[in-house]
Design a protein around this ligand. Structure first.
Ligand code: KG4
Ligand code: ZN
Length: 378
């Protein structure tokens, strides 16, 4: 197989990222500039601000990635960029820059689906560890702030083909973390904070019923049915109802006030501001989300005779999700792989890694392509 160093560029949401990866298996650099401080006061990503921040950051971030990899614009073999799904304006910044670079440098340009990128983050790190023996079919749970999808993957030629067998009917799991954190006055993003706070709470304190899927697949054409669906909006509403019934509004307001002065509050800043009732609620919320993700994924794995599990995306950084998956998948005898925490959340190494099979297949982008906010993975 030819050696190829690919410069990846990712700007689909609130991280401006660039990385250089050799032949889909060796991470040479991974530069990520997070916009968390910009979006923190709003409790979520503001699309217009995201585009503006990407514009500011894209050139220095790409330079940093090249420098750290010991590369120059001229020495990389190809440029890869996220085409979608994501925020259209944010995607366009990366795409315009990647197009300009490829044109000026006369290098091939490769488009990558962000979700395939998350899946390839796992593969990249397994290959880096020397594991080239992934058994198919692979079931990949991509679980982040924007997505909760189950993809069944098979190898075809140099690349992979995907069947989407599950998705969220409403909120993504990371979105539920972020909304619950917002309504409890815990800052943004919610996942990393709740991950830490939940360790101090009683996860049996509040009982949340199993997620109800409101709409069945009835009436949906067979080829579009996704039988292993998720739903997370109910649990968010249940947390809100609990806060109101238990009279927790004042303690939430006090916490919001105390954190208002901090640009990026850390879990250490937030923990002393939480009473036991809040910690118990957070722990119970996390237990319910983790159990739902793990049990539905393993149901699908059993049904489809899956040989390997991948769990990836921002929420895959969660410590309880990892330990529960490891324990439950071991009972089924299915190996489960996660990316390192750094490659779980958005990054460009995953984009450069996913581009390598396309590079081998000479699957290059035409200059007319544009951002696709709802790009589907097949
Ligand atoms: O993959 P990502 O960086 O961006 C998207 O593609 O959405 O994921 C960000 C999401 C946020 O919702 C964040 O709260 C969540 O991942 N997240 C976590 C953890 N770290 C990040 N959720 C739970 N536990 C964590 N440790
Ligand atoms: Zn992502």
């Amino acid at each position: 197989m030819p050696n190829a160093c690919i410069l990846g560029i990712e700007t689909s949401c609130d991280e401006t990222a660039a990385a250089v990866v050799r032949s889909g298996e060796q991470l040479l650099s991974n530069a990520v500039l997070s916009q968390i401080a910009t979006h923190q006061p709003y409790g979520g990503v503001v699309p217009e601000l995201a585009s503006r921040e990407h514009l500011r950051a894209i050139v220095p971030v790409v330079r940093k990635a090249l420098e750290e990899a010991g590369h120059t614009y001229e020495s990389v073999d190809a440029i890869a960029v996220t085409q979608g799904p994501g925020l259209a304006g944010a995607l366009l910044v990366g795409i315009s820059y990647a197009k300009a670079l490829a044109f000026a440098l006369e290098k091939p340009l490769i488009t990558v689906n962000h979700l395939e990128g998350h899946i390839h983050a796992v593969l990249l790190e397994e290959r880096q560890k020397g594991n080239f023996e992934v058994q198919f079919p692979v079931l990949a749970l991509v679980v982040s702030g924007g997505h909760t999808h189950l993809f069944l993957a098979e190898e075809r030629g140099n690349g992979w083909v995907y069947e989407n067998i599950g998705r969220t009917r409403d909120d993504a799991a990371g979105e539920a973390y972020d909304k619950v954190a917002k309504l409890l006055g815990l800052g943004y993003p919610g996942g990393p904070v709740i991950d830490v706070l939940a360790r101090q709470g009683n996860q049996q304190a509040v009982r949340f019923g199993p997620a109800q899927i409101k709409h069945s697949n009835r009436g949906v054409p067979k080829e579009k049915q996704t039988p292993h669906d998720f739903s997370f909006s109910g649990i968010k509403t249940a947390v809100l109802r609990y806060v109101e019934l238990e009279g927790m509004r004042d303690s939430v307001a006090a916490r919001q006030k105390a954190l208002a002065g901090l640009a990026t509050p850390r879990p250490e800043d937030i923990l002393p501001l939480c009473d036991q009732k809040t910690l118990d609620l957070v722990a119970s919320f996390q237990r319910a989300v983790v159990d739902d993700l793990v049990s539905k994924t393993l149901d699908a794995a059993r049904e489809r005779d899956v040989r390997t599990l991948f769990v990836t995306g921002g929420v895959a950084a969660n410590s309880q999700l990892r330990s529960t998956f490891e324990m439950e998948a071991a009972k089924e005898g299915i190996p489960v792989y996660f990316p390192s925490r750094k490659l779980s959340t958005d990054n460009a190494a995953m984009i450069a890694a996913a581009a390598y099979p396309k590079y081998l297949a000479k699957d290059f982008a035409s200059p007319e392509f544009s951002a696709e906010a709802s790009l589907v993975l097949r």
